[in-house]
Design a protein around this ligand. Structure first.
Ligand code: ATR
Length: 282
């Protein structure tokens, strides 16, 4: 019998994870199944237990269950602990282990797929919710010069930055600095990389980004993706960003990292990303 995996979400019918993992498995010759499970909003834990009892070996977790998954785990990776959320579950004999591969997926997409080195760079992270929190540790681990978190509610950005300050500079200049505040605080500052981790575009709203935050060499990265260029990337291009990327690569890379954790085999992500990209464009 092949090993079984799934993604839990609600809603989850739109999830690309089954297609991604089935392609990884076929290419890597791994005997496994992967399905999407829509867990009732009040019965995530029961759904996980039923899946384990049915022989499940691991799972991905998506909206709105990532924080609940975090609380369900008996053991957490350091990056999951920092993220305060879990997107990958590993079911061992007697315990549920939680990890978070979102940040690693983002960093891999930026550095490997887009060829943009993060060391020494000035990074602006827009948003201070769960999506932003999930990527901060992997970004700091890549040794940028500084990370500034800007958010509509500035107190959330300040608190979020403060909770990572132990990973950042203490004045020796060798580690990145991390700070947070309101959007207006970035007026007059220029960044090499601007990442949108807000959900503003879901509401069809543009962010109040000051002019001149992008240099001609800046990369604008939207953790969201969709058919055509996202609202944030359209705005970034208008404001002078020469390079723009959406979150489709992050989606595939976070899946690749989860697959490697489960199967001990690193799947080839490039053909899967290319296929998803052409489907999205069709
Ligand atoms: P997620 O888990 O996707 O990060 P979240 O925790 O609800 O979702 O966070 C959403 C983020 O998008 C927050 O940073 C939010 O700003 P606030 O903290 O001020 O709420 C940001 N956001 C959502 N809609 C926005 C809008 N119209 N303009 C600016 N920021 C917005």
């Amino acid at each position: 019998m092949s090993d079984s995996y799934c993604v839990f979400g609600n809603p989850v019918a739109h999830s690309k994870s089954p297609a991604i993992h089935r392609r990884f498995a076929a290419a890597a010759g791994q005997a496994m199944t992967y399905e999407a499970i829509c867990a009732p909003l009040d019965a995530f834990a029961a759904s996980v237990r039923a899946f384990i009892e049915g022989g499940g070996r691991g799972a991905n977790v998506t909206v709105p269950f990532k924080e609940e998954a975090f609380r369900l785990c008996q053991r957490l990776s350091q990056r999951a602990e920092r993220a305060g959320a879990v997107n990958t579950l590993i079911f061992n004999d007697h315990e549920i282990v939680g990890d978070n591969t979102d940040g690693a997926g983002l960093v891999r997409d930026i550095t490997h797929n887009l060829g943009f080195a993060l060391a020494g760079k000035r990074i602006l992270l827009l948003g201070a919710g769960g999506a932003a929190r999930g990527v901060i540790k992997p970004l700091l681990d890549a040794s940028p010069e500084r990370l500034f978190i800007a958010n509509r509610s500035p107190e959330k950005a300040v608190a979020l930055a403060a909770s990572f300050v132990d990973l950042a500079a203490v004045g020796d200049g060798l580690r990145p600095s991390i700070n947070g505040g309101k959007m207006a605080e970035i007026t007059g500052k220029c960044f090499d990389l601007v990442i949108n981790a807000t959900s503003a575009s879901l509401a069809g709203v543009s962010l109040p980004l000051p002019e001149a935050i992008f240099s001609p060499a800046s990369l604008a990265y939207d953790m969201m993706y969709g058919k055509g260029e996202t609202l944030f990337l359209q705005q970034a291009r208008r404001q002078g960003a020469s390079r723009c990327a959406d979150g489709l690569g992050m989606l595939v890379e976070q899946a690749a990292e989860a697959f490697a954790l489960w199967r001990g085999v690193v799947p080839e992500s490039a053909p899967v990303l290319a296929e998803l990209r052409s489907q999205l464009a069709a």
